[in-house]
Design a binder for this molecule. Structure first.
Ligand SMILES: [Fe+2]
Length: 356
């Protein structure tokens, strides 16, 4: 087949001028340890991570704030969600004519900056760096307006998203259906507000987040010791970062070899567009991950004729989820061996026996 070279998008041309390396890929074993580099715009250190569809969807970067320092104040016309990987610090947020609001965060915190607000991050420790992961919808916004000057120079204030509320980053938030509407989660490692989620199998729990009234969305998911989830596939841009636990994920494009990716806290996986992926807990504690994704921005999940999200519907019924009884026997065998090696008791028997 003839490979046509893809022209670079406006976003890609811009991100290459940021002066820091770009990791092109869908797996980073340790965001805690990935190399970061001096980044003039932010004033700290960083590295970009672009997945195969970043050009048309979302991107992410890891940033580090040196001990006792602050990053350069930022403002931009794209949404951003932040998950803290390491350290303690604070962020101040404001619109030009409004009050400044400051909140403190720590490793495990999740928050978002209201669209186009000014903000500045501070390291609250004198001897240790802070590190965070940021997922943004910069690529799609930048490709649409094609103006760096506008993206970083527009002064519109989205007062319907943030109006200087005193408790904006300290309120508990509100659960609507399966979604927490909030702006700040203090520590995802111990967050208790999850709900049963049977669709993906094996006794899992999850809950979605809508932060700072963003169009982008997030969710956390937890699955018990000795279990694994069902394989499935969907569109691009889900940035999956492991919050706690140990295990591995399998990812593969239909008809191609299955690839294995081990994980631990701080591992990042970005399943490529329509690749099957499946997550396996092989450790002695429940495994929990955070997914930061585009949500309603142009990547509405594909639906079956019944209107259900294909990624949660059995392939035999027209969906994109592989039920346990239909999976490659190698997948079950491999899991049994991995758990035996770790001395973990497999708890899958009832799920394997119960179709659907
Ligand atoms: Fe997924």
């Amino acid at each position: 087949m003839v490979q046509l070279s893809k022209p670079k998008s406006y976003y890609r041309k811009w991100v290459e001028t940021e002066g820091i390396p770009i990791i092109d890929g869908h797996y980073v074993e340790s965001l805690q340890e990935v190399d970061v580099f001096p980044w003039p715009r932010l004033g700290g250190l960083g590295v970009y991570i672009n997945h195969e569809a970043s050009d048309v969807s979302n991107d992410c970067y890891v940033a580090e704030i040196p001990p006792g320092q602050a990053l350069v104040p930022q403002r931009h016309f794209f949404e951003i969600m932040i998950y803290v990987l390491r350290g303690r610090g604070a962020t101040t947020v404001w619109y030009g004519t409004g009050p400044k609001r400051t909140f403190e965060w720590q490793a495990g915190s999740l928050f978002a900056i209201p669209l186009n607000a000014h903000y500045q991050h501070f390291n609250g420790q004198g001897a240790e760096p802070c590190r965070f992961l940021a997922v943004t919808n910069c690529p799609m916004v930048m490709n649409m307006v094609q103006s760096v000057e506008f993206i970083f120079g527009c002064d519109f204030e989205f007062r319907d998203r943030f109006n200087g509320e005193e408790d904006y980053f300290s309120g508990a938030g509100e659960l609507r259906g399966r979604t927490w509407e909030t702006n700040f989660v203090p520590d995802l490692k111990i967050f208790e507000g999850m709900l049963d989620y049977k669709e993906r199998g094996a006794g899992g729990r999850n809950v979605r987040f809508r932060l700072a009234k963003n169009a982008m969305r997030a969710h956390i998911s937890e699955f018990p010791v000795g279990t694994y989830k069902k394989g499935h596939r969907h569109g691009p841009g889900a940035h999956v970062v492991v919050v706690s636990g140990r295990g591995y994920s399998l990812m593969w494009r239909e008809g191609e070899p299955i690839q294995e990716f081990p994980w631990r806290p701080g591992t990042l996986l970005i399943p490529p567009n329509q690749w099957f992926h499946q997550h396996f807990n092989t450790g002695p504690e429940p495994a929990r991950y955070l997914a930061l994704r585009l949500g309603g921005l142009g990547t509405q999940p594909e639906r079956t004729s019944d209107g259900l999200s294909k990624s949660t519907v059995d392939r035999k019924l027209g969906g994109d989820q592989i039920e346990y009884e239909d999976e490659d026997p190698m997948i079950r065998q491999k899991y049994l061996e991995a758990c035996a090696q770790n001395g973990v008791a497999v708890q899958m028997e009832t799920f394997w026996q119960r179709p659907g």
